[in-house]
Design a protein around this ligand. Structure first.
Ligand code: TYM
Length: 330
């Protein structure tokens, strides 16, 4: 089976609708067709200062949410990044292959670093994409299910793999991004020009939040002054985003929805989306609680995942270190 790797940061609070529709939905379906490795990337998350106790509980919370969404530990290798030391061991080598200018061109770095004083921007935030490349390359990954915002990092991972292979001999599989066509970018409900993220609390639908809150956020989504419900991302970004969300949650095509809502108001559309999201979130939330209520079982799943991941990753590091010319330990 072709290999899949993907990762998600443990965030305070829950995953959001953008994470789910942009990436996690594909994590689940690809279990049918691929050998899947899924990772809670706690090392990446400390590129921005984190409270230790919160980080620990967010990591468990992230794993519980992945299981509740349908990551099946009997099919997938589910693990925590810091449990597999090979990630940092390979990352160093890739950092030494990555150009300074190349790293400086990453738009995520530019965005995140421009919001802070230079002294407060960590070097880890800068080298972040080398660690991400290590995550992917360690597992001989063929396909990486992510949202559109990770495309540039994926491209860099491909370049690093090719650079290593041409300098030291073929070692790494060059991975392909697997980005959905319709839901690659879910936009913020309050600012439909930006991607949905935690930065605007009223614009993000969190999967674990109170359903009443979700319905209210969708009701208050920014739209436009017209009345027609049709898909036109350029001129009607808010309504187009809502149509994409509806379509993804209901399984109906956007064209079908356009004709079904002909003559209806924006309020009707929003009410129906609220219901679709709540119908999805309610059983999901109960399932998450089930995993949180049994931390010993959760830890067992993560231990098993890390052991399996280490078996694969250590072989890759051994090979890569040898190619680079490191003297093998006697
Ligand atoms: P992260 O944790 O920010 O996001 C997890 C996944 O959600 C996708 N996503 C979105 N998709 C559509 N619309 C949105 N508004 C939206 N917001 C987030 C992201 O594209 C991502 O797929 N660097 C990664 C984590 C990572 C990783 C990896 C991913 C570390 N190592 C190796 C793949 C392979 C990140 O911070 O994702």
């Amino acid at each position: 089976l072709p290999r899949v790797f993907s990762g998600i940061q443990p965030t305070a609070g829950s995953f959001h609708l953008g994470n789910y529709l942009g990436a996690l939905r594909n994590w689940i379906t690809m279990q049918q067709t691929h050998d899947t490795f899924y990772c809670v990337v706690d090392l990446h998350s400390i590129t921005v200062a984190k409270d230790p106790a919160e980080l620990r509980s967010n990591t468990r919370y992230a794993a519980a949410q992945l299981l509740a969404l349908g990551v099946d530990p009997d099919r997938s290798t589910l693990f925590v990044q810091s449990h597999v030391p090979e990630h940092t061991r390979l990352s160093w080598v890739l950092e030494c292959l990555m150009g300074y200018g190349e790293a400086a061109r990453m738009t995520q770095f530019k965005d995140k670093s421009s919001r802070q004083e230079e002294e407060h921007v960590s070097v880890g935030l800068f080298t972040y994409p080398a660690l991400m490349a290590a995550d992917i390359l360690l597992y001989g990954t063929d396909a990486v299910p992510v949202g559109e915002d990770q495309r540039q990092h994926l491209e860099l991972s491909r370049n690093l793999a090719q650079r290593f292979n041409s300098r030291f001999g073929t070692t790494f599989t060059v991975p392909d991004a697997h980005i959905p066509t319709d839901t690659a970018r879910i936009f913020d409900l309050q600012d439909p020009g930006s991607k949905m993220s935690k930065s605007i609390p009223s614009g993000v639908v969190e999967l674990m939040e109170d359903p009443k809150r979700t319905a209210k956020k969708i009701r208050s989504a920014v739209t436009d002054n017209e009345r027609e419900i049709h898909y036109d991302p350029e001129n009607k970004p808010g309504i187009s985003n809502l149509l994409v969300i509806h379509s993804a949650m209901s399984g109906r095509s956007v064209a079908d929805l356009e004709s079904a809502y002909e003559g209806s108001g924006y309020g009707d559309l929003k009410k129906d989306i609220g219901q679709l999201v709540v119908d999805f979130a309610t059983p999901f939330q109960a399932a998450v609680q089930g995993y949180l209520d049994d931390p010993a079982e959760l830890d067992k799943i993560l231990r098993r995942g890390a052991e399996h991941a280490r078996g694969v990753a250590s072989e890759t590091v051994r090979k890569a270190y040898d190619r680079v010319g490191f003297l093998p330990p006697a």
